[in-house]
Design a protein around this ligand. Structure first.
Ligand SMILES: Cc1cc2nc3c(=O)[nH]c(=O)nc-3n(C[C@H](O)[C@H](O)[C@H](O)COP(=O)(O)O)c2cc1C
Length: 386
C-alpha cells in the first residue's frame, strides 16, 4: 500500500520520528513518503492508501496543548477521504492533553477512518506504530470482535454425501488443515454442515457466515429498514436477542451473533489451521450493498484493488470481506457470501471436487484460489495455504 506521512516539525524531532516511521512502514512492505505540512500536496496525500499526520506538541507544557495551526490547516485542505485508514502522531516533552484526539476528529471530519494514535517523547517511532502499519491492507476475517467471522453454517439435502465430499476435499496434503469430521486440525468447529430437516426449510441453500455484531437486535432492525429480511431470530427467556439469520436485498444470507469472548486465536497458529480465510460477495449494486453491511454489521468500507469493489474492515483496520462488482469475469458466481476455506494441497482438493461430483466454477490464473460448486449446487471457494 502507499502510505503518506505528513508532519510539522519546528526543531526536527517530529520530522526525525516521521522518517523512522517511514522505515517501519517500508519494512512492512509499504511504499511511504514523508513531507512537511508546509510543502505537502493535499491531492498527493489524499491519493495514498493510508495517511499519517503528525505535529509537535505546542502548549504551556502541562495545559492547552494543541497541534500546530499549519497541521490543522493541512488537514482542512484535504479532499473527502472516504473511509481511508489514517493515524495521528506527535512528539512531546511532558503531556499532550487532548491534541491527538482533536487531530483525529479533524481528520474524521474529512472522512478518514482514524485507527491509530501515537505519541513519542523523542525523535523516534512510537511502539504501537509498527502494529498499525502492519495491519494496513491485512485480510483476515477470522477474529473475535465486531465484524470478525469465526464460523459459518448450512443445512443441506443429501447430507451424508455432502459430509463425505467436504471431508475429502478439505483434508488434502501431508499436513491437512481440516479433520474428517470437518473441524479444523485443532478440533475447532468452524463450519457447520447440518442436515436439511423441516425446521430449517426456510433457510436458503447457501453457506451463511456468522458476523459478530455489537447488538443483534439493532442489526436485525437495520437490515429490515434497509430492504433485507429476517428468517430466524433466536431470543433468550428474557426476550433478549441472541442471534438472527438475515438476508440482504441481493438474497445473500448471513447470521449475526454477539461478539465472541476473546479466547485468543494465536495469530501464528491461525496460519496453520482450517479457518475462514476470506469472504466475497459479488453483486450488481455494490454501493447499496456496501452501505447495508456498514450499517448492519458495523464494518467500514475502503475501495478494493479490484475495480468498483470494497473491502469491509473491522474497527482494528483489518479487512474481513470484500464486496465485488458482478462482471463478465464473475459469471456463474451467485450473489451469496462465498467463504474461502484454505487447504493444504490445492490441486489435489480441486481434483477431489471433480471426482466427488462437484464443479470448479472459476479458478484464479495463479492457481491459488477457485470458486467451486458442491454436489448439491452450493458455491464456496478453496484457497491454497499460504
Ligand atoms: C513553544 C513550545 C511549547 C511547547 N509546549 C509543550 C507542551 O505543552 N507539552 C509538551 O509535552 N511539550 C511541549 N513542547 C515541547 C515540544 O513539543 C517537543 O520538544 C517536540 O518534540 C518538538 O518537536 P520538533 O522538534 O519537531 O519541533 C513545547 C515546545 C515549544 C517550543
Amino acid at each position: 500500500m502507499k502510505v503518506a506521512i505528513v508532519c510539522d516539525s519546528s526543531t526536527g524531532r517530529t520530522r526525525a520520528a516521521a522518517e523512522e516511521m517511514a522505515q517501519v512502514a517500508r519494512a512492512a512492505g509499504h511504499e511511504c513518503t514523508v513531507r512537511p505540512v508546509q510543502d505537502a500536496d493535499p491531492a498527493e496525500v489524499g491519493a495514498a492508501d493510508a495517511l499519517c499526520v503528525g505535529s509537535w506538541c505546542k502548549g504551556l507544557f502541562f495545559v492547552r496543548q494543541h497541534a500546530t495551526p499549519a497541521t490543522m490547516d493541512f488537514i482542512d485542505s484535504l479532499d473527502e477521504l472516504s473511509g481511508k485508514p489514517a493515524a495521528v502522531f506527535c512528539t512531546y516533552k511532558t503531556a499532550v492533553g487532548g491534541m491527538l484526539s482533536k487531530m483525529a476528529a479533524r481528520l474524521e471530519s474529512r472522512g478518514a477512518d482514524v485507527t491509530g494514535s501515537f505519541k513519542s517523547r523523542g525523535p523516534y517511532a512510537a511502539a504501537g506504530f509498527k502494529g498499525w502499519v502492519e495491519s494496513l491492507g491485512m485480510r483476515n476475517p477470522f477474529a473475535t470482535g465486531v465484524g470478525g467471522v469465526l464460523s459459518a453454517d448450512i443445512a443441506v439435502p443429501d447430507h451424508e454425501r455432502e459430509l463425505g465430499f467436504y471431508a475429502k476435499v478439505l483434508t488434502t496434503g501431508n499436513a491437512p488443515l481440516w479433520r474428517d469430521d470437518l473441524t479444523n486440525n485443532q478440533g475447532t468447529p468452524v463450519i457447520g454442515l447440518g442436515a436439511r430437516s423441516p425446521e430449517y426449510e426456510a433457510l436458503p441453500l447457501q453457506w451463511m457466515p456468522h458476523f459478530q455484531v455489537a447488538d443483534v437486535a439493532h442489526s436485525a432492525a437495520r437490515a429490515l429498514e434497509l430492504g433485507g429480511k429476517e428468517i430466524m431470530h433466536g431470543k433468550g427467556d428474557d426476550g433478549q436477542s441472541q442471534w438472527a439469520v438475515l438476508v440482504d436485498h441481493n438474497g445473500a444470507a448471513f447470521g449475526v451473533i454477539p461478539v465472541v469472548p476473546d479466547e485468543s486465536i494465536a495469530a501464528d497458529e491461525s496460519e496453520h489451521v482450517g479457518s475462514i480465510a476470506w469472504l466475497t460477495l459479488t453483486v450488481t449494486d455494490v454501493l447499496s450493498t456496501r452501505d447495508f453491511y456498514q450499517q448492519v454489521v458495523g464494518w467500514s468500507a475502503t475501495p478494493a484493488d479490484v475495480e468498483g469493489g470494497y473491502e469491509m474492515r473491522r474497527p482494528d483496520g483489518v479487512s474481513s470481506a470484500e464486496i465485488c462488482h458482478a462482471r463478465s469475469d464473475k459469471e456463474g458466481i451467485p450473489p451469496v457470501w462465498i467463504l474461502s476455506l484454505p487447504v493444504n494441497d490445492f490441486e489435489e482438493s480441486l481434483r477431489r471436487v471433480r471426482e466427488g461430483g462437484g464443479e470448479v466454477v472459476k479458478e484464479s490464473t495463479d492457481r491459488t484460489y477457485a470458486v467451486i460448486r458442491d454436489p448439491v449446487g452450493v458455491c464456496l471457494a478453496l484457497q491454497a495455504k499460504k
